[in-house]
Design a protein around this ligand. Structure first.
Ligand code: SF4
Ligand code: SF4
Length: 349
């Protein structure tokens, strides 16, 4: 029996507004600003290389309410990408040669047009990445999703904070680990995560606390061994990501008094090679309402791409966007610390 989409008995306290989050970060006394660090390696202003991925955030509705969620997603969120924005995203994709569409949310599968987006992007011959929380595939009305993914060769990037139940449930809620394992078994059964099938199943792990992730390469080896020996689960790649100092994780850092120390840790671990490879250089992010952002994180801080008024997908001009200066801030240290961090995991591991 799948997990029923939960209705929250108590409404969560609203997340601090993006403006307030930006103010918390701006008030920090850091050894040097992100822009000074970029200038020291001749990367200021930061500009795109080539836009390879159109990442569309189709909304904030989710069947989970994870503690570290940078989107502040949950069952009580109402933001859903409207049909005209979906249509324009697909039109843009058809009109240019951006090879990859990356669908994210919330739980993207809960968007009423999710399957249509996949089908139409597939017809355009694009690589499709879907960011899946695993448990959504156990919801009663969504149990056929794994088959749909497989039929349309959707690459899955699935979040699982840890291969141990306790750590995962601490971040994601009681029982989420067991459901995630069940979802992974069903995906494996269809060929996902098995080398010969070509059906890619990548996992995303993030630290359960205010520290940097371990080496992605070593962690992947360990996770493969642990998930195979404990549960018979196979997967392709493990992406280790740094917790970004925004949204719920930022609130936790503030509440627990860890913000200054965590940010200093990120600043002191600034890695020039990771800065070269930050994902905003080859990805463009579209918010649920069509606003364009340099990345999903800037989206959560309500920092649209440079220029006024804020540009939307309806103003899309690939050539101009390819020359834009990327909007940066202290939170960007989350992408450049240690081995780097992006939606595809470490950038220099
Ligand atoms: S982290 Fe992912 S699964 Fe968890 S609440 Fe946010 S969008 Fe949903
Ligand atoms: S937070 Fe966004 S804009 Fe800043 S470095 Fe990371 S990807 Fe680029």
């Amino acid at each position: 029996m799948g997990r029923v989409l939960p209705t929250l008995k108590k409404r969560r306290a609203p997340l601090a507004r993006a403006e307030e989050q930006r103010a918390w970060l701006a008030r920090l006394r850091l050894p040097r600003s992100f822009e000074v660090s970029l200038a020291s390696i001749d990367l200021l202003p930061l500009r795109p290389t080539r836009i390879e991925t159109l990442q569309i955030n189709v909304g904030k509705r989710c069947n989970q309410t994870c503690r570290h969620c940078h989107v502040d997603a949950g069952p009580d969120r109402f933001e859903v990408m409207p049909p005209e924005v979906v249509e324009r995203c697909l039109e843009v994709l058809a009109q240019c040669d951006i090879p990859t569409i990356d669908i994210t949310g919330g739980a993207p599968e809960l968007h009423p047009q999710f399957r249509e987006i996949v089908l139409r992007a597939r017809r355009l011959g694009r690589r499709i990445i879907n960011r899946c929380n695993l448990t959504v595939t156990l919801l009663p009305n969504y149990a056929d999703l794994p088959l749909f993914f497989a039929e349309h060769r959707v690459e899955l990037v699935c979040s699982l904070p840890h291969f141990r139940a306790k750590q995962t449930d601490t971040q994601r809620g009681a029982g989420v680990f067991d459901e995630s394992i069940e979802a992974l078994r069903r995906l494996n059964h269809l060929g996902y995560g098995r080398d010969a099938s070509g059906l890619l199943l990548n996992l995303v792990a993030n630290p359960v606390g205010a520290f940097l992730p371990p080496s992605q390469r070593l962690a992947e080896r360990d996770w493969k061994h642990q998930l195979r020996s404990r549960y018979g689960i196979e997967f392709n790649r493990l992406y280790t990501i740094t917790n970004m100092p925004i949204a719920r994780f930022l609130e936790w850092l503030v509440d627990s008094g860890n913000l200054q120390d965590y940010m200093e840790r990120l600043v002191n671990a600034f890695n020039p090679a990771a800065a070269e490879g930050v994902m905003c250089r080859d990805t463009l992010s579209v918010g649920w309402d069509g606003t364009l952002y340099d990345c999903d994180f800037n989206q959560m801080l309500e920092l649209p791409v440079a220029g006024r008024p804020a540009q939307t997908i309806f103003d899309f001009d690939l050539e101009k966007l390819g020359r834009r200066p990327i909007v940066t801030g202290p939170h960007c240290y989350g992408c450049t610390a240690g081995a780097g961090s992006s939606c595809g995991g470490a950038t220099v591991d």
